[in-house]
Design a protein around this ligand. Structure first.
Ligand SMILES: [Cu+2]
Length: 513
């Protein structure tokens, strides 16, 4: 258990927006260095040793405009010893250097060599590199809609530990459509990165080396089936507060937690006006009383404080199990209104063509499966395959496919597919008991359309237990090997991640001739 900390005593930190090292006709160039550093995450907590991009947690914000490429050299200057307990019994990790990193920009459309393949890892100063490593500088073309993306570590078998140590930051991609809407901007547009952690009394990060009920024969350290911290950080502070003016604010919220999901709600009559999801603006603004946020999901929303002057409003996590995990941060409507609020909250936001009109090249039935390993630990798989098994999902470049994600486990998994944004078609419940007896899918209800705030572009979706969640995507604009996985990082590491290959037929013909 973490030390008891008083809530709402630290102001919310604003993340720095990084300036490019240089700008050329090919775009903006950045150098970002992963470093170990110390930071105070609460007034009464001793400083915590963390890993962060440019020695910051969260990492600095990269801001980019649509069609203007960004190039980042992600340097590793981390120590040789890991901050947290590394389970060497999985993925043959005892053969590999303990501290390995590789950066994935979540939600970006880029070529495989810039996507942060889990085996494209490298160590300090690129001294050692993984089998998929090909370059030191990654290119993000930004030929896609404006949205909130985020970068984080993705190294095979230790993603949960590298991210927990602090390797995560935000990337804001802007476009003309968004700019034309006159949404709250500047001081009134605030990114919020939510992440749970646990601490020792001396302020150091706590991450268990084994499950609480570990059997004697378990490896030590041993991977956990899930991990929920007991302290909620927003922008790297435990339960901060933010003083606001009585006007509209835009909040761009990311769940950067390993396992924990949230249900956002305000403890007042105020509602969320959701304007965007993972892949940018929705078609229309949606009024939401509560918003579910699984790991890696983002929401873009407006809160209008104009009629709340003098009030204190808490952002709650409705599914938190106590006073600690049930609270996130506090808004204090105490600042005087600086200028008349001229920002708008339009009802029509953007155009999203339905992918259902495309020719469907394939429907893939993909099972989310729970099994056990040689130590009787939970082992979660996609379609009963391990990470290292040969590729089984191989859409053609430009093809539209439906992936029917069939969750045969007892709990939700947030599934993320690299390279593309998808649309959610529906969720359909089936009889899990029946399935466990004879492997047959017997539906217990009709397909349910996604809620209004999931009808835009998504790259991560909750697949509820005993449900088939169908998503539709066009696999473009790049070919090559990408990955898809559960974004509960403890699951992704063991072993709920698979490679998939977008096949370019023209390229294949050239090689054969
Ligand atoms: Cu999962």
């Amino acid at each position: 258990m973490s030390p008891k900390l008083e809530k709402f005593v630290d102001p919310l930190p604003r993340m720095e927006v990084l300036k490019p090292n240089k700008k050329t006709k090919d775009g903006a160039h950045y150098e970002i260095t992963m470093r170990q550093f110390r930071s105070k995450l609460h007034r009464d907590l001793p400083a915590t040793t963390l890993w962060g991009y440019n020695g910051q947690f969260p990492g600095p914000i990269i801001e980019a405009n649509r069609d203007e490429p960004v190039h980042v050299t992600w340097l590793n200057q981390l120590p040789d010893r890991h901050l947290l307990p590394v389970d060497l019994s999985i993925h043959g990790l005892e053969q590999l250097p303990a501290v390995r990193t590789v950066v994935h920009l979540h939600g970006i459309e880029t070529k495989p060599e810039s996507d942060g393949h889990p085996e494209a890892w490298y160590t300090r100063n690129f001294q050692e590199t993984g089998p998929f490593f090909s370059r030191e500088t990654y290119t993000y073309p930004n030929y896609q809609r404006g949205s909130l993306l985020w970068y984080h570590d993705h190294a095979m078998g230790i993603t949960r530990l590298n991210v927990y140590a602090g390797l995560a930051g935000m990337y804001i991609l802007r476009d003309k459509q968004e700019k034309s809407l006159n949404l709250p901007a500047g001081d009134y547009e605030i990114p919020l990165m939510i992440a749970d952690r646990s601490f020792q009394a001396d302020g150091s990060l706590f991450y268990p080396s084994q499950p609480a009920d570990a059997a004697a024969n378990l490896p030590n350290p041993s991977v956990l089936p899930a991990f929920n911290g007991d302290t909620i950080l927003v922008n790297g502070k435990a339960w901060p507060f933010l003083e606001v003016e009585p006007r509209k604010y835009r909040f761009r919220i990311l769940n950067a937690s390993n396992t924990r999901s949230y249900q956002l709600q305000l403890d007042s009559h105020l509602l969320f006006q959701q304007i965007g999801s993972d892949g940018g603006l929705l078609r229309n603004t949606v009024k939401m009383e509560r918003i579910s946020l699984q790991p890696a999901e983002r929401v873009d929303l407006i809160i209008d404080f104009s009629k709340a002057a003098g009030q204190s409003i808490v952002l709650k996590n409705e599914i938190g199990t106590n006073e600690d995990t049930g609270n996130m941060m506090q808004f204090r409507v105490t600042k005087p209104l600086k200028n008349k609020d001229r920002s708008l909250l339009p009802s029509a936001l953007s155009v999203i063509p339905s992918l259902k009109q495309n020719k469907i090249s394939a429907i893939r039935y993909l099972k989310l499966v729970g099994t056990a390993d040689e130590f009787d630990r939970p082992l979660l798989l996609l379609n009963n395959k391990h990470w290292h098994d040969p590729v089984t999902e191989n859409p053609r470049l430009g093809a539209t496919e439906i992936w029917a994600l069939t969750n045969t486990t007892n709990f939700s998994h947030p599934i993320h597919i690299h390279l593309i944004q998808f649309q959610v078609l529906d969720h359909q419940p089936f009889d899990l008991e029946q399935y466990n007896i004879d492997g047959k899918i017997v539906y217990t209800g009709p397909p349910k359309a996604p809620p209004a705030n999931h009808r835009g572009w998504k790259d991560t979706i909750e697949v509820p237990a005993a449900n088939i969640t169908r998503v539709i995507a066009k696999f473009a604009p790049y070919s090559g090997e990408f990955v898809w996985h559960c974004h509960i990082l403890e699951h992704e590491d063991y072993d709920m991640m698979r490679p998939y290959v977008v096949v370019d037929d023209d390229e294949k013909d050239e090689k054969q001739s």
